[in-house]
Design a binder for this molecule. Structure first.
Ligand code: 2YG
Length: 269
């Protein structure tokens, strides 16, 4: 799991307006739209406005990432939620959040990033939320349907596997690049309808790309076309700076916002 840096989260806060503008341009809606469409195919009422959501800093393991909890609260505020960061970290912070009337508590240690839904007694995990949010963005950017579309999936880690399930459920023909043979076999054994390919083959056949790898900068400007659309939860991006410049808003990428938005909607629906 990629550990974010204070620069990642600081950069996101200052870049959120531009990111959402790009999302609206390519997908037709922003973070709220992605969140709502990721929890249900049919329009569903999700009481985001005024919902009380707290972010608790966690000191365990490698400790607090400066700005992480603040960034989570800023993203939640953009959805219309009443969001804050507790003054205390860890268990004291969870206690404080409950005392302050939180409906949902967001917290992350080195292994898991979750939203604890205190109302329905549910625990929402970031990995499938991030995967589903980015698949929703890719589907919208691709014209509203992935039925029969070839999608090149890079990586079968926790986010990649969740994305594969969602892409297949949306009717996409999923071609996957995963150098780790054991991961590939594990995915095939659970019956995931995916086609292993090598990168060059996949890039030659697929305009739609889903990057769920922690590897960066191995797809260059010469590998993308005017039809290429890339959903990139992977950190760092698989696309070089020049490829990103060519793609513009067709390169959908940021370190946290889409995952947090979908976690909030899932915790409140
Ligand atoms: O509370 C804090 O500041 C720290 N305990 C947070 C630690 C988070 C570690 N995890 C990551 O940085 C990412 N895996 C988070 C999710 C990234 C996007 N899906």
């Amino acid at each position: 799991m990629t550990r974010l840096t204070p620069e990642d989260v600081g950069g996101l806060i200052s870049n959120l307006d531009a990111f959402e503008a790009g999302l609206r341009e390519i997908a037709g809606f922003g973070l709220r739209g992605i969140a709502l469409r990721s929890v249900a195919r049919a329009p569903v009422c999700v009481p985001l406005i005024g919902a009380r959501l707290a972010a608790v800093p966690i000191t365990s393991g490698e400790g607090i990432i400066s700005g992480f909890a603040d960034c989570v609260a800023v993203i939640l505020g953009r959805l219309g939620c009443e969001a804050w960061v507790t003054a205390q970290p860890d268990v004291r912070g969870i206690q404080e959040a409950v005392a302050q009337g939180a409906d949902v508590v967001f917290m992350a240690d080195d292994h898991r990033f979750i939203a604890l839904d205190l109302v329905h007694g549910r625990c929402i995990d970031d990995d499938p939320a991030t995967a589903d949010g980015y698949v929703t963005a890719l589907e919208a950017a691709a014209g509203g349907s992935l039925l029969g579309r070839h999608v090149l999936l890079l990586g079968l880690g926790p986010v990649g596997r969740a994305a594969a399930r969602r892409l297949v459920s949306y009717g996409a023909a999923v071609e996957v690049v995963e150098p780790d043979e054991a991961r590939l076999q594990a995915a095939l054994e659970v019956g995931l309808k995916i086609q292993p390919v090598d990168l060059a083959e996949g890039l030659s056949r697929c305009d739609l790309i889903f990057d769920a790898t922690p590897e960066g900068g191995f797809i260059d400007a010469g590998d993308v076309t005017p039809l290429t659309i890339a959903a990139v939860p992977g950190l760092p991006s698989a696309f070089t700076a020049s490829a990103q410049a060519v793609l513009g808003s067709r390169h959908i990428h940021e370190p946290l916002a889409i995952g947090v938005a979908v976690m909030a909607a899932r915790a409140l629906v």
